[in-house]
Write a protein of this length. Structure first.
Length: 338
């Protein structure tokens, strides 16, 4: 008799969960991205005990169809792409259909949703099993709560040692999403205490002010640049305002937060001698491009991306930042010419 067998779905999901939902902040990211993909304009996030006790997200998005409720926690089940062709033209934050399956494999999920012209529902999903609940709110949108995180993955539970580190990572991810979506109102609450709330009025500078204070927002310099394939919009901050690491360089491509070493490097290069060697700038920049030119399918977390025409973008970035800095008349050659 053969020795090979296909693993049951709940084991497959537990393995995948290792990559998609590494820690509480990765869950927050996935759940909030789902709310954004659902077109929400108000997203509230309630965290208890750094997410280990509970992560609850309330949105006002388009909600989930009653018929889809049993597919939610199936791996590779998504409403966002239909064809392989679309995989090369991703327009939503999610598309892999892995987040809920992975989260459901390592926690207890309570999900309540209502979509226009569909029946509202509430389900509790845990250990691969559903329970339907008969009590739900009649409100358009979705409420999802994750509890007992990593209850069945002892190694992962052990790995989450420092709750303050986890809280910090949640704040970081929420801040980046608030910066990428100034037109969405975000609220973050830790153990009943409000951490921040943005208005959703579309003003990026106001978001910067709410998150980083007047010292940063009053020193922003606008960046607007375009090349045939890319546009860059947002703000950098005057060189006098510095940070001791690169984490304050916020970059997004088509509103998705990305980490891109070379792009950060081109910003740092533009500041060149304006900042001491061990100091780094702050930046809040969104790049827009044809989704065909970017591959976000590099890693399950989708934070790393591959770009075609990368050189064009790097050049545009460095020039755009230099130009914005020139406005401050701090670049010696420019001051000289005047
Ligand atoms: P993906 O986002 O990659 O499609 P997920 O596992 O994150 O996969 O979600 C599965 C599906 O559940 C989504 O495609 C979407 O249809 C639905 N969904 C999840 N969260 C929400 C939400 N907050 N509002 C509306 N639909 C949602
Ligand atoms: Mg998703």
């Amino acid at each position: 008799m053969g020795q090979i067998h296909v693993m049951p779905a709940h084991i497959q999901n537990k393995i995948a969960a290792g990559e998609v939902v590494e820690r509480p902040s990765s869950i927050v990211k996935e759940i909030v991205e789902n709310s954004l993909d659902a077109g929400s304009t108000v997203i509230e996030v309630f965290i208890k005990n750094s997410g280990m006790e509970s992560i609850k997200v309330v949105d006002n998005g388009h909600g989930i169809d009653y018929e889809d409720r049993t597919l939610l926690f199936e791996r590779h089940a998504t409403s966002k792409i239909d064809t392989a062709y679309e995989l090369f033209e991703i327009r939503s934050l999610g598309f892999r259909g892995e987040a809920l399956a992975s989260i459901g494999a390592v926690s207890k999920v309570t999900l309540e949703s209502m979509r226009d012209n569909s029946t509202p529902f509430k389900i509790v999903y845990s250990g691969g099993k559903y329970d339907e609940d008969t009590v739900w709110h009649e409100r358009r949108g979705t409420i999802i709560e994750i509890e007992d995180l990593f209850f069945n993955t002892p190694a992962r539970l052990k790995y989450i040692k420092n709750l303050r580190t986890e809280a910090g990572k949640i704040i970081d991810i929420m801040q980046r999403m608030a910066l990428n979506y100034p037109e969405v109102s975000f609220r973050l609450v830790f153990d009943g205490k409000d951490r921040f709330k943005t208005t959703g009025n579309g003003n990026l500078k106001e978001v910067i002010n709410i998150l980083y204070g007047i010292q940063v927002s009053a020193n922003t310099l606008a960046v607007n640049a375009a090349s045939p394939d890319y546009t860059i919009d947002g703000y950098i901050v005057r060189p006098e305002v510095t940070r001791s690491n690169r984490n304050y360089i916020n970059l997004s491509i088509n509103n998705r937060h990305v980490r891109h070493f070379k792009l950060s490097e081109s910003i740092i290069n533009a500041y060149h001698t304006l900042q001491p060697k061990d100091k780094y700038p702050l930046a809040f920049l969104n790049i827009k491009m044809d989704p065909k030119l970017i591959d976000v399918n590099v890693h399950p977390s989708k934070v790393e991306v591959k770009l075609s025409k990368e050189t064009e973008l790097l050049r545009l970035m460095e020039t755009a930042v230099k130009e914005a800095l020139m406005e401050t008349e701090l670049i010696p050659e420019v001051a000289h010419k005047k």
